[in-house]
Write a protein that binds this ligand. Structure first.
Ligand code: DAH
Length: 339
Protein backbone atom coordinates (compact mmCIF):
# COMPACT_ATOMS: atom_id res chain seq x y z
CA UNK A 1 0.00 0.00 0.00
CA UNK A 2 2.91 2.25 0.77
CA UNK A 3 4.37 1.72 -2.71
CA UNK A 4 1.01 2.32 -4.29
CA UNK A 5 0.78 5.62 -2.39
CA UNK A 6 4.23 6.62 -3.67
CA UNK A 7 3.25 5.81 -7.24
CA UNK A 8 0.06 7.83 -7.01
CA UNK A 9 1.88 10.74 -5.40
CA UNK A 10 4.64 10.72 -8.04
CA UNK A 11 2.09 10.54 -10.87
CA UNK A 12 0.13 13.40 -9.29
CA UNK A 13 3.20 15.64 -8.94
CA UNK A 14 4.22 14.91 -12.50
CA UNK A 15 0.75 15.69 -13.82
CA UNK A 16 0.55 18.90 -11.77
CA UNK A 17 3.85 20.21 -13.02
CA UNK A 18 2.85 19.68 -16.63
CA UNK A 19 -0.67 21.10 -16.32
CA UNK A 20 -1.11 23.95 -18.77
CA UNK A 21 -4.26 25.71 -17.67
CA UNK A 22 -6.60 26.29 -14.76
CA UNK A 23 -9.11 23.83 -16.13
CA UNK A 24 -6.49 21.07 -16.22
CA UNK A 25 -5.41 21.75 -12.65
CA UNK A 26 -9.02 21.61 -11.48
CA UNK A 27 -9.40 18.19 -13.12
CA UNK A 28 -6.32 16.98 -11.22
CA UNK A 29 -7.75 18.24 -7.95
CA UNK A 30 -10.84 16.10 -8.56
CA UNK A 31 -8.79 13.15 -9.78
CA UNK A 32 -6.55 12.96 -6.68
CA UNK A 33 -8.25 14.80 -3.85
CA UNK A 34 -11.95 14.59 -4.73
CA UNK A 35 -14.45 12.33 -2.96
CA UNK A 36 -13.79 9.59 -5.46
CA UNK A 37 -10.16 10.67 -5.94
CA UNK A 38 -7.23 8.25 -5.90
CA UNK A 39 -5.73 9.42 -2.58
CA UNK A 40 -9.15 9.38 -0.93
CA UNK A 41 -9.61 5.83 -2.22
CA UNK A 42 -6.42 4.70 -0.47
CA UNK A 43 -7.73 5.97 2.87
CA UNK A 44 -10.80 3.83 2.35
CA UNK A 45 -8.67 0.72 1.92
CA UNK A 46 -7.09 1.15 5.36
CA UNK A 47 -9.59 -1.30 6.84
CA UNK A 48 -7.43 -4.15 5.50
CA UNK A 49 -4.41 -3.05 7.54
CA UNK A 50 -3.46 -4.19 11.00
CA UNK A 51 -4.36 -1.81 13.85
CA UNK A 52 -0.65 -0.86 14.34
CA UNK A 53 -0.10 -0.09 10.67
CA UNK A 54 -3.26 2.01 10.30
CA UNK A 55 -2.09 5.23 12.07
CA UNK A 56 1.29 5.17 10.26
CA UNK A 57 -0.34 4.64 6.90
CA UNK A 58 -2.96 7.24 7.73
CA UNK A 59 -0.25 9.76 8.47
CA UNK A 60 1.54 8.96 5.20
CA UNK A 61 -1.61 9.33 3.17
CA UNK A 62 -2.44 12.62 4.86
CA UNK A 63 1.08 13.90 4.25
CA UNK A 64 0.85 12.90 0.59
CA UNK A 65 -2.54 14.62 0.34
CA UNK A 66 -1.23 17.87 1.77
CA UNK A 67 1.84 17.81 -0.51
CA UNK A 68 -0.37 17.28 -3.55
CA UNK A 69 -2.84 19.91 -2.30
CA UNK A 70 -0.09 22.47 -1.89
CA UNK A 71 1.38 21.68 -5.30
CA UNK A 72 -2.04 22.06 -6.88
CA UNK A 73 -2.56 25.36 -5.07
CA UNK A 74 0.82 26.75 -6.18
CA UNK A 75 0.35 25.63 -9.74
CA UNK A 76 -3.15 27.10 -9.83
CA UNK A 77 -1.78 30.47 -8.61
CA UNK A 78 0.98 30.35 -11.21
CA UNK A 79 -1.41 29.55 -14.06
CA UNK A 80 -3.82 32.25 -12.94
CA UNK A 81 -1.08 34.87 -12.87
CA UNK A 82 0.06 33.80 -16.31
CA UNK A 83 -3.47 33.98 -17.72
CA UNK A 84 -3.90 37.49 -16.28
CA UNK A 85 -0.59 38.57 -17.74
CA UNK A 86 -1.56 37.26 -21.18
CA UNK A 87 -4.94 38.96 -20.97
CA UNK A 88 -3.37 42.29 -20.03
CA UNK A 89 -0.87 41.99 -22.82
CA UNK A 90 -3.63 41.34 -25.32
CA UNK A 91 -5.48 44.38 -24.05
CA UNK A 92 -2.63 46.84 -24.27
CA UNK A 93 -3.68 50.03 -25.93
CA UNK A 94 -1.41 51.25 -28.65
CA UNK A 95 -1.68 55.00 -28.19
CA UNK A 96 0.17 55.60 -31.43
CA UNK A 97 -2.71 54.09 -33.45
CA UNK A 98 -4.78 56.62 -35.41
CA UNK A 99 -8.15 57.06 -33.68
CA UNK A 100 -11.41 55.76 -35.09
CA UNK A 101 -13.28 58.91 -36.01
CA UNK A 102 -16.97 58.85 -35.26
CA UNK A 103 -18.60 60.49 -38.22
CA UNK A 104 -21.28 62.73 -36.84
CA UNK A 105 -23.84 63.86 -39.36
CA UNK A 106 -24.89 67.48 -39.60
CA UNK A 107 -27.72 69.51 -40.93
CA UNK A 108 -28.02 70.13 -44.65
CA UNK A 109 -27.68 73.88 -45.33
CA UNK A 110 -31.31 73.93 -46.49
CA UNK A 111 -32.39 72.65 -43.06
CA UNK A 112 -30.19 75.14 -41.23
CA UNK A 113 -31.79 78.04 -43.11
CA UNK A 114 -35.25 76.52 -42.73
CA UNK A 115 -34.79 76.19 -38.97
CA UNK A 116 -33.75 79.86 -38.76
CA UNK A 117 -36.83 80.85 -40.73
CA UNK A 118 -39.08 78.78 -38.52
CA UNK A 119 -37.56 80.48 -35.44
CA UNK A 120 -38.23 83.91 -36.91
CA UNK A 121 -41.85 83.19 -37.78
CA UNK A 122 -42.58 81.32 -34.57
CA UNK A 123 -41.34 84.33 -32.63
CA UNK A 124 -43.98 86.36 -34.51
CA UNK A 125 -46.68 83.90 -33.42
CA UNK A 126 -46.91 81.67 -36.50
CA UNK A 127 -47.69 77.95 -36.26
CA UNK A 128 -45.81 75.50 -38.51
CA UNK A 129 -47.96 73.15 -40.59
CA UNK A 130 -47.28 70.42 -43.12
CA UNK A 131 -49.04 69.68 -46.39
CA UNK A 132 -49.01 66.78 -48.87
CA UNK A 133 -46.49 66.78 -51.72
CA UNK A 134 -48.93 64.92 -53.95
CA UNK A 135 -51.81 67.30 -54.46
CA UNK A 136 -55.03 67.41 -56.40
CA UNK A 137 -55.54 69.85 -59.25
CA UNK A 138 -58.29 71.31 -57.08
CA UNK A 139 -55.98 72.42 -54.24
CA UNK A 140 -52.91 73.23 -56.31
CA UNK A 141 -54.73 75.37 -58.91
CA UNK A 142 -58.53 75.61 -58.88
CA UNK A 143 -58.98 76.86 -55.31
CA UNK A 144 -56.14 79.31 -55.81
CA UNK A 145 -58.12 81.08 -58.51
CA UNK A 146 -56.24 79.35 -61.33
CA UNK A 147 -58.89 77.56 -63.43
CA UNK A 148 -57.91 74.99 -66.07
CA UNK A 149 -57.60 77.53 -68.90
CA UNK A 150 -55.71 80.18 -66.90
CA UNK A 151 -52.44 81.27 -68.55
CA UNK A 152 -50.68 81.24 -65.12
CA UNK A 153 -50.68 77.43 -65.38
CA UNK A 154 -48.09 77.61 -68.16
CA UNK A 155 -45.50 78.91 -65.70
CA UNK A 156 -45.99 76.00 -63.35
CA UNK A 157 -45.86 72.88 -65.48
CA UNK A 158 -45.50 69.87 -63.26
CA UNK A 159 -45.47 66.08 -63.05
CA UNK A 160 -48.90 64.50 -63.26
CA UNK A 161 -49.71 61.27 -61.46
CA UNK A 162 -53.03 60.80 -63.21
CA UNK A 163 -55.94 62.94 -64.36
CA UNK A 164 -56.25 65.03 -61.21
CA UNK A 165 -53.24 64.17 -59.08
CA UNK A 166 -49.97 66.02 -59.42
CA UNK A 167 -46.76 66.87 -57.56
CA UNK A 168 -47.51 70.28 -56.06
CA UNK A 169 -45.94 73.20 -57.88
CA UNK A 170 -46.24 75.55 -54.91
CA UNK A 171 -46.88 75.30 -51.19
CA UNK A 172 -49.82 77.69 -51.69
CA UNK A 173 -52.25 74.75 -51.59
CA UNK A 174 -51.47 74.65 -47.86
CA UNK A 175 -53.33 77.98 -47.55
CA UNK A 176 -56.54 76.34 -48.69
CA UNK A 177 -56.09 73.28 -46.51
CA UNK A 178 -55.44 75.55 -43.53
CA UNK A 179 -58.49 77.73 -44.10
CA UNK A 180 -60.66 74.64 -44.50
CA UNK A 181 -59.63 73.30 -41.11
CA UNK A 182 -58.93 76.41 -39.01
CA UNK A 183 -61.02 79.45 -38.20
CA UNK A 184 -59.47 82.95 -38.20
CA UNK A 185 -57.39 84.33 -36.61
CA UNK A 186 -54.92 82.28 -38.68
CA UNK A 187 -51.14 82.68 -38.60
CA UNK A 188 -49.29 79.75 -40.17
CA UNK A 189 -46.26 78.86 -42.23
CA UNK A 190 -46.05 75.65 -44.28
CA UNK A 191 -42.57 74.71 -45.45
CA UNK A 192 -42.06 71.95 -47.97
CA UNK A 193 -40.83 70.51 -51.21
CA UNK A 194 -42.34 71.60 -54.51
CA UNK A 195 -41.88 70.35 -58.06
CA UNK A 196 -41.84 71.79 -61.56
CA UNK A 197 -40.99 70.39 -64.96
CA UNK A 198 -38.34 73.09 -65.55
CA UNK A 199 -35.12 72.79 -67.54
CA UNK A 200 -32.32 72.13 -65.05
CA UNK A 201 -29.66 74.84 -64.81
CA UNK A 202 -27.68 76.78 -62.19
CA UNK A 203 -30.85 78.42 -60.83
CA UNK A 204 -33.56 75.86 -61.70
CA UNK A 205 -34.20 72.41 -60.32
CA UNK A 206 -37.26 70.18 -60.77
CA UNK A 207 -37.36 69.90 -56.97
CA UNK A 208 -37.06 72.94 -54.76
CA UNK A 209 -38.47 74.32 -51.53
CA UNK A 210 -40.92 76.97 -50.49
CA UNK A 211 -42.28 78.31 -47.26
CA UNK A 212 -45.85 79.40 -47.53
CA UNK A 213 -47.21 81.91 -45.07
CA UNK A 214 -50.80 82.87 -44.36
CA UNK A 215 -52.37 85.40 -42.02
CA UNK A 216 -56.16 85.87 -41.88
CA UNK A 217 -57.94 88.01 -39.34
CA UNK A 218 -60.20 91.02 -39.03
CA UNK A 219 -58.60 94.22 -40.29
CA UNK A 220 -55.39 92.74 -41.77
CA UNK A 221 -53.89 95.21 -44.26
CA UNK A 222 -50.99 95.61 -46.66
CA UNK A 223 -49.15 97.37 -43.79
CA UNK A 224 -49.13 94.10 -41.84
CA UNK A 225 -47.79 92.27 -44.86
CA UNK A 226 -44.99 94.82 -45.29
CA UNK A 227 -44.15 94.86 -41.59
CA UNK A 228 -43.92 91.08 -41.24
CA UNK A 229 -41.90 90.54 -44.41
CA UNK A 230 -39.54 93.45 -43.75
CA UNK A 231 -38.90 92.13 -40.24
CA UNK A 232 -38.25 88.69 -41.70
CA UNK A 233 -35.80 90.03 -44.32
CA UNK A 234 -33.91 92.04 -41.70
CA UNK A 235 -33.56 89.04 -39.41
CA UNK A 236 -32.30 86.84 -42.21
CA UNK A 237 -30.03 89.30 -44.05
CA UNK A 238 -29.26 91.88 -41.35
CA UNK A 239 -30.65 95.31 -40.49
CA UNK A 240 -28.74 97.13 -43.25
CA UNK A 241 -30.47 95.18 -45.99
CA UNK A 242 -32.88 97.23 -48.07
CA UNK A 243 -36.23 95.64 -48.84
CA UNK A 244 -38.18 96.55 -51.96
CA UNK A 245 -41.82 95.75 -52.69
CA UNK A 246 -42.58 95.57 -56.42
CA UNK A 247 -46.11 95.30 -57.85
CA UNK A 248 -46.66 91.87 -59.36
CA UNK A 249 -49.40 89.41 -60.23
CA UNK A 250 -50.54 86.18 -58.63
CA UNK A 251 -54.04 84.86 -59.32
CA UNK A 252 -54.67 84.19 -55.63
CA UNK A 253 -53.69 87.60 -54.26
CA UNK A 254 -54.87 91.14 -55.01
CA UNK A 255 -52.84 93.29 -54.87
CA UNK A 256 -49.72 91.16 -55.35
CA UNK A 257 -46.09 92.01 -54.78
CA UNK A 258 -42.68 90.57 -55.25
CA UNK A 259 -40.08 91.31 -52.62
CA UNK A 260 -36.43 92.02 -53.37
CA UNK A 261 -33.54 92.51 -50.96
CA UNK A 262 -30.14 94.10 -51.46
CA UNK A 263 -27.88 91.58 -53.21
CA UNK A 264 -25.74 90.05 -50.46
CA UNK A 265 -22.98 89.24 -52.95
CA UNK A 266 -22.23 92.82 -54.07
CA UNK A 267 -24.06 94.87 -51.46
CA UNK A 268 -26.23 96.45 -54.17
CA UNK A 269 -23.55 97.54 -56.62
CA UNK A 270 -24.55 95.01 -59.24
CA UNK A 271 -22.84 91.73 -59.99
CA UNK A 272 -23.20 88.39 -61.76
CA UNK A 273 -25.43 86.94 -59.03
CA UNK A 274 -28.02 89.77 -59.19
CA UNK A 275 -27.52 90.12 -62.95
CA UNK A 276 -26.32 93.69 -62.45
CA UNK A 277 -29.49 94.94 -60.74
CA UNK A 278 -28.19 95.05 -57.14
CA UNK A 279 -31.35 93.25 -55.98
CA UNK A 280 -32.29 89.63 -55.31
CA UNK A 281 -35.90 88.48 -55.45
CA UNK A 282 -36.74 86.33 -52.43
CA UNK A 283 -40.49 85.94 -52.33
CA UNK A 284 -43.94 86.56 -53.75
CA UNK A 285 -46.79 87.84 -51.61
CA UNK A 286 -50.08 89.68 -51.60
CA UNK A 287 -53.45 90.22 -49.98
CA UNK A 288 -55.48 87.02 -50.17
CA UNK A 289 -57.94 87.28 -53.08
CA UNK A 290 -61.61 87.51 -51.97
CA UNK A 291 -62.42 84.54 -54.25
CA UNK A 292 -59.92 82.39 -52.34
CA UNK A 293 -61.35 83.38 -48.96
CA UNK A 294 -64.86 82.73 -50.26
CA UNK A 295 -63.94 79.28 -51.65
CA UNK A 296 -62.84 78.34 -48.14
CA UNK A 297 -66.03 79.59 -46.50
CA UNK A 298 -64.50 82.78 -45.09
CA UNK A 299 -66.46 85.99 -45.63
CA UNK A 300 -64.18 88.57 -47.32
CA UNK A 301 -66.42 91.37 -46.01
CA UNK A 302 -65.52 90.37 -42.47
CA UNK A 303 -61.99 89.03 -42.80
CA UNK A 304 -58.90 89.88 -44.81
CA UNK A 305 -55.45 88.38 -44.96
CA UNK A 306 -52.10 88.25 -46.61
CA UNK A 307 -50.05 85.36 -47.93
CA UNK A 308 -46.50 84.87 -49.06
CA UNK A 309 -44.31 82.21 -50.64
CA UNK A 310 -40.59 82.29 -49.89
CA UNK A 311 -38.02 80.41 -51.96
CA UNK A 312 -35.86 78.51 -49.46
CA UNK A 313 -33.26 77.44 -52.02
CA UNK A 314 -32.54 81.00 -53.17
CA UNK A 315 -32.20 82.11 -49.55
CA UNK A 316 -29.75 79.29 -48.90
CA UNK A 317 -27.61 79.85 -51.99
CA UNK A 318 -27.35 83.59 -51.32
CA UNK A 319 -26.55 83.15 -47.63
CA UNK A 320 -23.73 80.68 -48.27
CA UNK A 321 -22.67 82.12 -51.64
CA UNK A 322 -23.43 78.83 -53.42
CA UNK A 323 -23.08 79.42 -57.13
CA UNK A 324 -25.26 76.58 -58.41
CA UNK A 325 -28.56 75.32 -56.96
CA UNK A 326 -27.73 71.79 -58.15
CA UNK A 327 -25.11 71.48 -55.39
CA UNK A 328 -27.98 71.40 -52.89
CA UNK A 329 -29.37 68.20 -54.36
CA UNK A 330 -26.38 66.20 -55.53
CA UNK A 331 -25.38 64.87 -52.09
CA UNK A 332 -21.70 65.34 -52.81
CA UNK A 333 -20.00 64.97 -49.42
CA UNK A 334 -17.16 67.30 -50.41
CA UNK A 335 -19.78 70.02 -50.77
CA UNK A 336 -21.88 69.13 -47.73
CA UNK A 337 -18.90 68.83 -45.36
CA UNK A 338 -18.25 72.57 -45.75
CA UNK A 339 -21.27 73.54 -43.67
N1 DAH B 1 -46.87 80.32 -55.04
C1 DAH B 1 -46.11 81.40 -55.62
C2 DAH B 1 -45.03 80.82 -56.54
O1 DAH B 1 -44.74 79.66 -56.43
C3 DAH B 1 -45.46 82.23 -54.56
C4 DAH B 1 -46.47 83.03 -53.82
C5 DAH B 1 -46.82 84.28 -54.27
C6 DAH B 1 -47.11 82.51 -52.71
C7 DAH B 1 -47.76 85.03 -53.62
C8 DAH B 1 -48.07 83.26 -52.04
C9 DAH B 1 -48.35 84.51 -52.51
O2 DAH B 1 -48.69 82.83 -50.96
O3 DAH B 1 -49.30 85.23 -51.84
O4 DAH B 1 -44.52 81.52 -57.35
Amino acid sequence: MKEKLEVIKAAAMEAISSAIDEKGIEELRVKYLGKKGELTAILKQMGSLSPEERPKMGQLVNEAKSVVEEAIGNKADQLKAKATELKLKAETIDITMPPKVNKVGKLHPLNTVLNDMIDIFQSMGFDVLDGPEVETDHYNFECLNVPADHPARDMQDTFYLGENLLLRTQTSAAQIRTMETRKPPIRVICPGRVFRADEVDATHSPVFHQIEGLVVDKGVTMCDLKGVLEQFAHEIYGKDTNVKFRPSFFPFTEPSVEVDVTCSECGGKGCRVCKGSGWIEILGAGMVHPNVLRSCGIDPEEYSGFAFGIGLDRLTTTRYKISDIRHLFENDKRFLEQF
